[in-house]
Each structure stands twice: as structure tokens, then as C-alpha cells.
Design a protein around this ligand. Structure first.
Ligand SMILES: *Cc1c(COP(=O)(O)O)cnc(C)c1O
Length: 221
């Protein structure tokens, strides 16, 4: 159940956390609404949030047309399969999880000139999405050649809290700097302070805004 008044308070709490970690109002808050219905998107918008993240293609495609205008910017942040790109293409404003050439090619085909982030597997976890850090530059070059606009990099921190995640955030920062990429999407409910301290320009926060997710979207994806 979404309580819009509580979401307003939670957004203020998260902004305070960002500020306490040294971030200012240029750090963009992406409200992650996976697992909740369009009422969570509406509550985020009513609380002043302009950016919303979704992780599951089918869920996002079903939900988005039910979101009232004016809609926030939609960030696709979950594992992306090429065969889901077509259905998502009309709705997605920033593709955050591009981690291989084939899926980038499909986005370029369905949404020429789209803005993307390259997801990097900064914690060397085989089950996690993201390109290998050493391949980031080549993937960025490939996506640009396909006509996409690469705004920056994204990662999911190693689970286990801020100290576990911090080295990965630091690595993402240095890769983005090496490639002169401005955006660094990193940090979630449990590790956003470490991410902001290490230079996040965008944090993706679900649980701290909406509470625990019902059903299958419980775990971080
Ligand atoms: C679910 C998810 C989040 C939000 O996680 P919380 O811990 O609920 O804040 C952020 N990023 C990605 C990629 C996710 O899948």
C-alpha cells in the first residue's frame, strides 16, 4: 500500500541523507517503483520526483500507460533482453543497463539517438549484469558508433552495506573520469551515502521511499 503523505516524508529523508553525505541538489533521485503499481509513480511525482526507475520490462510496459500525465522520466534499470527492447522503446527516457553490444544495437534500431548508460560489473560477480570494467571503453565506442548518446556509467554495489560497495563505486568513478563521462548512477537504499561520497550523480532508491516490495520484486535485481 502506498501512502502518498509518507512518500513525501521519505523523499525529504532521502534528500537529507544525500546532503549529509556531501551531495547537493544536483544529485538526481531516481525513485524505483518496481513491484508497485502506478500509484507509486503518482506518489513520487506528487512528492516532486521527476525520475522513476523500473527493472522488469513486462511490468514497466504494463504500468506505464496507466501513469497519469505529466509522466516523469522513465529510467530502465534492470537486466535488459534484446527481445524486450521493442515494447519498452516508446516509454524509456534513459536506458541505464546497457551492458553488451547486441542490446545496444537493438536500442539504436528501435530508438535512434537514445540516451544510455553503460552498466559495469564493478564487483566481479558472475551472476550480476554489467560489462567487465576493462571492456567499458570499447562498449562506449560501439554504442556511439551505433548512434546512441552515452551519458555515463551505472553500477550495482556489492551487497553487504556501504563499506562492501565502496570500492566498486570508486572504480565506476574512475572509469567514468577516464572516459570523460558525466553521469554516474550508483547507490541504492542501503549504500547511497557511500555512493554519493564517491561521486554519484544519480541514486536509485526504492525501499527507502515506498517500503518493502510486495511479491517477486523483493530482492534487488
Ligand atoms: C531495485 C533496484 C534498486 C532500488 O533498490 P532499493 O534497495 O529498494 O533502494 C536500484 N537499482 C536497481 C538496478 C534495482 O534493481
Amino acid at each position: 500500500m502506498i501512502d502518498p503523505a509518507a512518500v513525501v516524508l521519505h523523499v525529504a529523508d532521502v534528500r537529507r541523507r544525500i546532503e549529509a553525505a556531501g551531495g547537493d541538489d544536483r544529485v538526481r533521485l531516481v525513485a524505483v517503483t518496481k513491484g508497485f503499481g502506478p500509484e507509486a509513480v503518482a506518489a513520487a511525482v506528487a512528492a516532486g520526483v521527476a525520475d522513476v526507475g523500473e527493472s522488469y520490462a513486462q511490468e514497466a510496459v504494463a504500468k506505464w500507460p496507466a501513469v497519469a500525465e505529466p509522466r516523469p522520466r522513465l529510467h530502465f534499470i534492470g537486466h535488459l533482453q534484446s527481445n524486450k527492447v521493442r515494447a519498452l522503446a516508446p516509454f524509456v527516457d534513459l536506458w541505464q543497463s546497457i551492458d553488451r553490444p547486441s542490446v545496444g544495437d537493438e536500442v539504436a534500431r528501435r530508438r535512434p539517438g537514445a540516451h544510455v548508460l553503460v552498466q559495469v560489473n564493478v564487483s566481479d560477480e558472475p551472476q550480476k549484469g554489467g560489462c567487465e570494467p576493462s571492456r567499458t571503453g570499447a562498449l562506449v565506442a560501439h554504442l556511439r558508433a551505433a548512434g546512441l548518446v552515452v551519458d555515463g556509467l551505472m553500477c550495482i554495489g556489492l551487497a553487504g552495506g556501504p563499506q562492501a560497495a565502496r570500492p566498486g563505486f570508486r572504480l565506476l568513478r574512475s572509469l567514468a573520469d577516464d572516459l570523460s563521462l558525466a553521469e554516474r548512477s550508483m547507490g541504492m537504499t542501503d549504500d547511497l551515502e557511500a555512493a554519493v561520497q564517491e561521486g554519484a550523480t544519480m541514486v536509485r532508491v526504492g525501499t527507502a521511499l515506498f517500503g518493502p516490495r510486495p511479491g517477486r520484486a523483493q530482492g534487488a535485481h
